[in-house]
Design a protein around this ligand. Sequence first.
Ligand SMILES: Cc1cc2nc3c(=O)[nH]c(=O)nc-3n(C[C@H](O)[C@H](O)[C@H](O)COP(=O)(O)OP(=O)(O)OC[C@H]3O[C@@H](n4cnc5c(N)ncnc54)[C@H](O)[C@@H]3O)c2cc1C
Length: 496
Amino acid sequence: MRPLSPRRGPQLKLELAGPCVILRAVKLVLHWFRRDLRVTDNTALSEAARRGERVLPVFILEDALHTGPDVGAARLAFLLQSAEELRRDLARLGYPLIVHRGRSEIELPKLCAEMGATAVFCNQRYEPYAQARDARVFNALNAEGVGFEVFKDAVLWEEREILTQAGNPYTVFTPYAKAWRARAIPPPRPDLKAVGPPLNPAAGKAVPRDPADFGHPLSQTVPPAGAAAAHRALESFLAARVYGYATGRDFPAQAGTSRLSPHLRAGTIGIRTVLAGWLAARKQAGVDAAGRSGCDTYLNELIWREFYLQVLANFPHVMRGCFRPEYDALAWPGEEAHFTAWCEGRTGYPIVDAAMRCLNATGGMHNRLRMIVAMFLTKDLLISWQRGERYFMRQLVDGDLAANNGGWQWSAGTGTDAAPYFRIFNPVTQGEKFDPDGAFVRQWVPELATVAKDHIHAPWEAGLLSGARNYPPPIVNHAVQRERCLAMFKAVRAPG
Ligand SMILES: Cc1cc2nc3c(=O)[nH]c(=O)nc-3n(C[C@H](O)[C@H](O)[C@H](O)COP(=O)(O)OP(=O)(O)OC[C@H]3O[C@@H](n4cnc5c(N)ncnc54)[C@H](O)[C@@H]3O)c2cc1C
C-alpha cells in the first residue's frame, strides 16, 4: 500500500490571516451568508455584530450554485427556500438582506466599495473548491484594502485541531471520536439582536425560490426548509426519538432519526445549538441505560460528520479517487444497463428499488438504505462508487461532498476505516432485518404491495413474479456477484 500523505502546507485560513487587512474595530462589516443561513448561533455573524458598528447581510447566488455536474434541484430548492426564510428573519430584526447574482470575487468588492464596508466576515467552508473561491475573494478584497475574516462555525473541531499524538490527522473513526468526546462542547453563539423596527419583508427583493429559474426544474417533494423548520425538527427529535435512537435509527419505515442533515448542510441550524439540545437530552436520560445509549449513539453520528469533513480537508485527493490509492486500479466491469436499473429502482431487489425510488421522489434516503444501495451498486453490480456518488449528489437534498464521499468510500471498501472490502451486504437479508414486515418496500414498490411479508424481500423465490405484477426478476445473482467482487478486489490489493 502506498503511504497516505495528508495535505501539507498552510491552510487557507492561515493564508488569509497573513497579509489580509484585519481590522480590530470596523465600521461597516459585510456578513457574507453561505452555508450558514440563520441568525442564531452563527459565529461570523455574531462577531460582525460585536465588532462592527453596522452589519450588512449579503447572500450571493453564485453561478456555481446552479452550474456544474453535481447540482441537484432538490438541494437547490432547499437552499433557495432557506435563503428566503433568512431574508424574512433578518427583516424582522431590521436588517435588509442584499441578494446579488454572479461571482463572489466580483460582487463582494463591488458591494464593499458602494456601501463603504471595510471588512467581509464569513464562516469557513471545507471543500477544496470553496476554499479556492475564498482565496480568490480574499485576493480581490485585499487589493481594495478590505479585510476578510473567516470563522470556524460548521464544526466544533477543524481538521488540524484533533490530531494523533504524532501530529497526524486521524484516519480511523473510533480513536478520532474518543479524542473528540474528550473535549468540552462550546455553547451556542449569541443570537443576532434587532437593529431597529422590523422591515416589511414584502418590500425587499425576495430570493427566487424556484430552482427551475436556474435551469433545474424540481420533481421531488423536499422537506420544509429554513431555520424554523430546523428548530422544529430538532425539538421533535429530542423530545422522544433520541432516547430510542440506538435501535430506532436502523429501520427505514420508522421515523427514528433526526432528519437534520439538510439543515446541517445549509446551516439553517448551528451545530452548537444541536449539541446544547443533545446535552440537555442526555441529562434528561438520567440513569435510563437505553435512553443514554440512544443519546450517545446520536452524538457518534454527529462526530462522523466532523470526521468526514476533516478527512476531506486533510486528504483532498478523496474528491478525485480512492482514499486508498491502490483501489484506483479497480476496473469496475459493471454494465451500463445495470446502472440505469439501479438509478430507476428496477433491479429486482425490493429493498434496493424501494430506496432508490424514495430517493428519486423525495431527495432523501435513510442511512441504512444508503449503505445497502451503495454496497449493491459497487459489490453486486460492480460499478464504480464514483458513479453512485455523483448520482446521489444530483438527487440528495442533503448532498454534501464530505459525508457523501465518506459514505460511498466506506461502502465500497476503498475509504478510511472502511468496512473491509470483503464485507458485502446481502440485500435480501438486509431487507428482512431492517424492514421486517416489508412496510417500506410496499410504500415505494406498489407492484409488491400485496406480497406477504415472508416473501417481500425475495418475491422470485416463491414464484411470485408473474407478468401481471410488472416487477422485474433480479438483474444479477447476489451469490455469483459476491465472488466476482471478492476476486476483483483481491486482484488489485497490495500484498501483505
Ligand atoms: C453512501 C452514503 C452517502 C451519504 N451521503 C450523505 C450526504 O450527502 N450528506 C449527509 O449529510 N450525509 C450523508 N450520508 C450519511 C447519512 O446517511 C445521513 O447523514 C443521514 O441519513 C441523514 O439523516 P438524519 O439527518 O436523519 O441523520 P441522523 O441519524 O439523525 O444523524 C444526525 C446527523 O449526523 C450526521 N450523520 C449521520 N450519519 C452520518 C454519516 N454516516 N456520515 C456523516 N454524517 C452523518 C448528519 O449530519 C445527520 O443529520 C451518507 C451515507 C452513506 C452510506
